[in-house]
Design a binder for this molecule. Structure first.
Ligand SMILES: Nc1ncnc2c1ncn2[C@@H]1O[C@H](COP(=O)(O)OP(=O)(O)OP(=O)(O)O)[C@@H](O)[C@H]1O
Ligand SMILES: [Mg+2]
Length: 377
């Protein structure tokens, strides 16, 4: 059982700037929480404050209902796995995993049970007699995680544990970590700057920017309903396309619809979108338009998804085509900004050719140009 509350947590190093500012979060038992954000946004600092490796400058840290700001790291009953997993080179895998327990003077038999159990979970039983130098990167990583598991922590903290691994191994370890979380049922907090890792591992994701929390939500909600342009652009790969556009309301005499224009083409918004904008006082102003690559359709894509609501056709000239196995990315310019559309693999459009594209009107995102907050949320 482990719950965690961070209330108005701040960190200032010697210089006056905040590395972490007003961080608020309630973590329930057994959650898999991800801290994600660009380099320097304060992920490691926050994790280290939870671990007790960094002094908390302001705010309250509650672990299982106990105010824990001033507890020693070892009193917090948590295990941390770092990016540079430190294994003792002169000890076998077994001894590496047993080390913390020996220090605690746990009886030999009990140590053996714990190490064997962790080795079974991580599928490294056959490696127990080896030395670290005879292990691959992924195997070393497992041993480091094994050393953390045997301590039976209430809470696991991991700081970019996979970043030293190649792409294939990372993908494999991601699956392993998910399985591990299910099997152990321990609360986990995991730091990464990789949005794919965040999306696949987390039950909830905390998106950070410049020391502050931008949004906390499940992967799906973050993806579909980002609260601002930063989250919208950070989550999802390839990234959401953005363009600053003009917004008009009731200008079109035929239908009194709200619309925006892209290269002089009108894109009529759905009634519900128009209503949300109106509520916020947005008409006849500039806004930032956003659409994800997979929400841009070709004629064939549109026919295959007849139930969606689309914008009028817009003719674009393809400037590049990328085949990524099961999908094709097509690139084109709108008002000088490069857009990416993810289309069906059968699509044969080449660079230099023209193509009609359609936007899924239910998946359009609109942002205030200044505050960058989402307007149609
Ligand atoms: N010991 C320190 N003294 C002063 N400033 C620090 C110290 N450690 C970190 N910082 C600053 O605090 C901010 C947050 O750093 P932090 O290491 O938490 O970032 P991060 O999100 O983990 O980044 P990365 O993805 O690069 O690991 C940065 O601006 C960093 O320069
Ligand atoms: Mg870091």
């Amino acid at each position: 059982m482990s719950t965690l509350t961070l209330r108005n947590i701040c960190k200032r190093y010697q210089n006056d700037n905040y590395a972490v500012k007003d961080f608020n979060l309630e973590i329930s038992d057994q959650e898999f929480i991800i801290f994600v954000g660009p380099s320097g946004c304060g992920k490691s600092t926050t994790l280290r404050m939870i671990a007790g490796l960094e002094e908390i400058s302001g705010g309250e840290l509650w672990i299982d209902g106990e105010l824990s700001n001033y507890l020693e790291p070892k009193e917090r009953n948590l295990s941390m796995v770092f990016q540079n997993y430190a294994l003792y080179p002169n000890m076998t895998v077994y001894d590496n995993m047993a080390f913390a327990l020996k220090v605690r003077k746990m009886p030999k038999k009990q140590i053996d049970e714990k190490v064997q159990e962790a080795a079974r979970i991580l599928e490294i039983e056959h490696l127990l007699e080896r030395y670290p130098k005879a292990l691959s990167g992924g195997q070393k990583q497992r041993v480091a995680i094994g050393s953390a598991i045997v301590r039976n922590p209430k809470l696991f903290l991991m700081d970019e544990p996979l970043s030293n691994l190649d792409a294939k191994l990372r993908a494999q370890m991601r699956v392993e970590l998910s399985k591990l979380h299910k099997e152990l049922g321990t609360t986990m907090i995991y730091v990464t700057h990789d949005q794919t890792e965040a999306m696949t591992l987390g039950t909830r994701i905390v998106v950070m920017k410049a020391g502050e929390v931008s949004q906390v939500d499940s992967p799906q909600v973050l993806y579909q309903h980002p609260v601002n342009k930063f989250v919208a652009g950070f989550i999802g790969s390839p990234s959401m396309n953005f363009l600053d556009v003009s917004l008009y309301r009731g200008y079109d005499v035929e239908n009194q619809k709200t619309y925006l224009t892209i290269e002089d083409h009108p894109v009529y918004l759905l009634e519900k979108t128009a209503r949300l904008l109106k509520e916020k006082g947005y008409h006849r102003s500039k806004v930032t338009f956003g659409i994800r690559p997979e929400d841009i359709y070709t004629e064939e894509g549109k026919e295959a998804n007849p139930k969606l609501e689309y914008s009028e056709a817009m003719q674009v000239t393809i400037i590049a085509r990328e085949l990524l196995g099961a999908e094709v990315m097509l690139y084109f310019d709108l008002e000088g900004i490069q857009f990416c559309a993810r289309v069906e693999p059968e699509n044969q459009t080449r660079a230099g050719e023209k193509l009609k594209v359609y936007f899924d009107l239910n998946r359009i995102h609109l942002f205030d140009m200044e505050t960058e907050q989402t307007l149609n949320l």
